[in-house]
Design a protein around this ligand. Structure first.
Ligand code: ADP
Ligand code: MG
Length: 687
């Protein structure tokens, strides 16, 4: 049970004044569903403005506050998509434009009546030979209101929200902060000069305060380390089952290839773990195409040979299906019963799978998160394999682990190359096996960086490629805050490519109904369709060996790990493969270096390490929007600086007070709930 002291923080965001149905959607898109999320919605930066008497005083790009009088409104022609412009005059007669796009324009008339003076805050930009302010931040009748806005936080927004709206909500949320006891070790607090929790939140919302930010990040890292350590400790306490296979099923496999040295080594490590009574907690790290599936298959067969069941959890429906087909093919000669269970299995089909799992006639199960549901009971689950583990939390892993009569062994697999310094943060103290050797015969993927303006040539290149009887992927980026806008962009690209290639093109993105998505994937996998246009949904796992060309639009917008994974979709067959990274106009120095690195190497681990170097701090683990990030508050720089300290501190606490019953232990429980690592607490007796 969550401690009562935290209730005000976990109250729904609707309990804040002014939040109605209209605001809920954009707030949810930002992940702000409870009061605490709003309090922790920290400004991305602060803007400092300068008051200027007239436009001659201001410079392009500067944030200013200025008194202006509207002279004329120029509304767009009806039906056209042009902006709404207001021409306005400063104190000495200079004219500038105030510009609104889209729906925001409706407010312009009311805010700026012709002939009346208003105080306007915003960024001066050039428009032709005139200055303009696009979407002014504030417009007020008197100057006093504006003077309060000389320094102001800038928040990440979603469509339908404005800066003042968010600032108002943050203020309300901060007013509700309860008094909480200190969970950070006093010596640590003093050494770092950190403020107390509530004060740190206030400060971080008000100004650039590194200490406050660090403290908040440290809280999150401490919560994470603590929870992972509690899980580990619990794993040691809980009895597992020693599983020793006799090799009779593995001996029947007829693989068309010999295992690589790295595969053999990993299988041996897994076999060694499973033979122990303590439940295995192992991470199998291997680049895309390194051959993780067959390693998982061997692990699962060990469980079946020992008379138990095994389950494989995939992050998406498409991948679950593909794993199921692959495994079923490989299992052919063994006679092992395998089933597929996804959210879409309904009625009798579902019933029969559930029965089979309960009576043990189904030995292997492949599925999506639905295999966690309480209605799914196994006769005797011996091994849980989780593919692309970063998409799931440890919490879900535990839900699955809770299903066996005794704790099952767990094998997590990931193709995301994580720098060594971050493995701890993402996975805690798991044992790691690395597939650092690709199967033989893989060709290097010819990677080229091409300016986006040369689109026509690229399309011609794709045409030649398809004419030669091969297939290709075309990836459109997810770039805006709004998924809808990204999908609109992908749809538009699909439309133009369809004009050129007709029915040879299919489109896949996250908003399509599953049947439609699967049908499109199926047409591509079977070779009926030649070109797959997709948003990043194809990121993980999809395996179509005859697809040998990958085009990635606006490649600079992707993380390198993501580019690496996308590129790994090609180069899977015997044919030579190519990857075209299209880049937008203005690249930063770092952007250039990052794309050059992609061209230079195909070693995922090296890409991960060097990307970390290149970006330095600032950028977050994974992508925040997709909910994959391990941390919401701590940035990369803070993870590197503070995680080792937090981890050591958490270890000390667990060693001294594993039940979290001391005064500090009690405070630490609050921390775990606050950061929703309460699965850590729930393992504690009486927790
Ligand atoms: P990933 O690690 O990305 O999950 P997969 O398990 O899907 O990789 O394997 C990628 C491809 O490599 C598959 O077509 C698989 O059959 C093949 N493969 C796996 N191991 C070997 C091997 N030792 N030799 C040759 N091909 C292999
Ligand atoms: Mg895989």
């Amino acid at each position: 049970m969550r401690p009562e002291a935290l209730n005000p923080l976990f109250a729904e965001v609707e309990t804040l004044e002014g939040v109605g149905p209209k605001l809920l959607k954009p707030l949810e898109r930002l992940g702000l569903t409870r009061v605490k999320d709003v309090a922790y919605h920290l400004p991305e930066r602060f803007v400092s403005r300068r008051t200027i008497a007239d436009l001659d005083e201001g410079t392009e790009g500067e944030q200013v506050i200025i008194a202006l009088t509207a002279v004329e409104h120029r509304a767009p022609r009806p039906g056209s998509r042009g902006p709404h412009r207001v021409l306005a005059q400063d104190a000495v007669g200079n004219i500038c434009a105030l510009t609104w796009f889209g729906k925001a324009a409706y407010s312009a008339k009311k805010l700026l009546p012709v002939g009346e003076l208003r105080w306007v805050a915003g960024r001066l930009d050039r428009y032709g030979d005139m200055l303009q302010i696009v979407h002014p931040d504030h417009i007020e009748v008197d100057s006093a209101g504006q003077m309060a806005r000389l320094s102001e936080p800038v928040y990440r927004l979603a469509e339908g929200l404005t800066q003042p709206r968010v600032a108002g909500l943050v203020e309300q949320a901060l007013a509700r902060l309860p008094d909480l006891p200190e969970w950070i070790e006093p010596g640590q607090l003093e050494r770092s000069g950190w403020p107390a929790w509530g004060a740190a939140l206030q400060l971080a919302q008000e100004c650039t305060d590194e200490r406050a930010r660090d403290r908040l990040a440290y809280d999150e890292l401490l919560a994470n380390s603590l929870a992972l350590l509690l899980v580990k400790a619990e794993g040691r306490r809980r009895r597992g089952q020693a599983l020793v296979g006799d090799g009779r099923l593995r001996g029947k496999l007829q693989l068309p290839f010999a295992l690589t040295g790295a595969q053999v080594r990993s299988i041996a490590e897994i076999e060694g773990d499973m033979a122990q009574e303590a439940p295995m907690l192992r991470l199998l790290q291997g680049d895309v195409g390194a051959g993780k599936t067959v390693v998982a298959l061997n692990a699962m067969l060990i469980a079946v040979e020992a008379g138990r069941q095994a389950a494989l959890l995939a992050p998406t429906e498409i991948l679950a299906r593909q794993h199921y087909e692959t495994l079923r093919r490989m299992l052919g000669p063994t006679g092992v019963e395998i089933a597929l269970l996804t959210g879409r299995a309904k009625g009798r089909e579902r019933e029969s799978i559930l029965m089979g799992l309960m009576d043990g006639s189904i030995q292997l199960l492949v599925g999506t998160h639905s295999i966690f549901q309480d209605t799914v009971a196994y006769r005797d689950l011996g091994l849980a394999v989780v593919d692309e583990q970063h998409r799931f939390g440890v919490a879900q892993r535990l839900a699955l682990a809770g299903k066996g009569r005794r704790a099952p062994h767990t094998l997590a697999m990931t193709a995301t190359p994580i720098p060594r310094s971050l493995t701890l943060a993402q996975y805690g103290e798991m044992d790691v096996s690395r597939l650092d050797e690709l199967p033989p015969g893989r060709q290097a993927i010819d990677t080229r960086v091409i300016p986006q303006e040369r689109m026509d040539e690229v399309v011609e290149g794709v045409a030649r490629h398809l004419a030669g009887g091969q297939q290709a992927y075309w990836v459109c980026p997810m770039v805006n805050d709004s998924e809808v806008a990204d999908i609109a962009a992908a749809e538009a690209r699909y439309a133009t490519l369809k004009e050129r290639f007709g029915d040879d093109v299919v489109l896949v993105h996250g908003q399509l109904r599953p049947e439609i998505k699967d049908a499109a994937m199926e047409r591509f996998a079977s070779g009926q369709a030649k070109l797959l246009v997709a948003t990043t949904v194809i990121e993980v796992g999809v395996d179509v060996p005859s697809a040998t060309l990958m085009v990635i639009e606006q490649a600079e917008r992707f993380g390198l790990a993501q580019l690496h994974q996308l590129r790994g979709r090609v180069g899977r067959g015997a044919e030579k493969s190519t990857c075209l990274l299209l880049r937008g106009g203005a690249l930063t120095e770092t952007g250039r270096a990052r794309l050059a690195l992609m061209r230079e190497t195909q070693d995922g681990f090296r890409i991960a390490e060097e990307d970390l170097e290149l970006r330095g701090g600032g950028e977050l683990l994974g992508t925040r929007q997709s909910g994959e990030a391990a941390f919401r508050i701590a940035n990369l720089d803070q993870v590197q600086r503070l995680l080792p300290v937090a981890h050591a501190d958490a270890r000390l606490l667990v060693d001294r007070d594993g039940g979290l019953t001391s005064e500090r232990g009690e405070a630490a429980r609050l921390l775990l709930y606050l950061f929703e690592r309460d699965w850590g607490v729930q393992l504690l007796r009486g927790g």
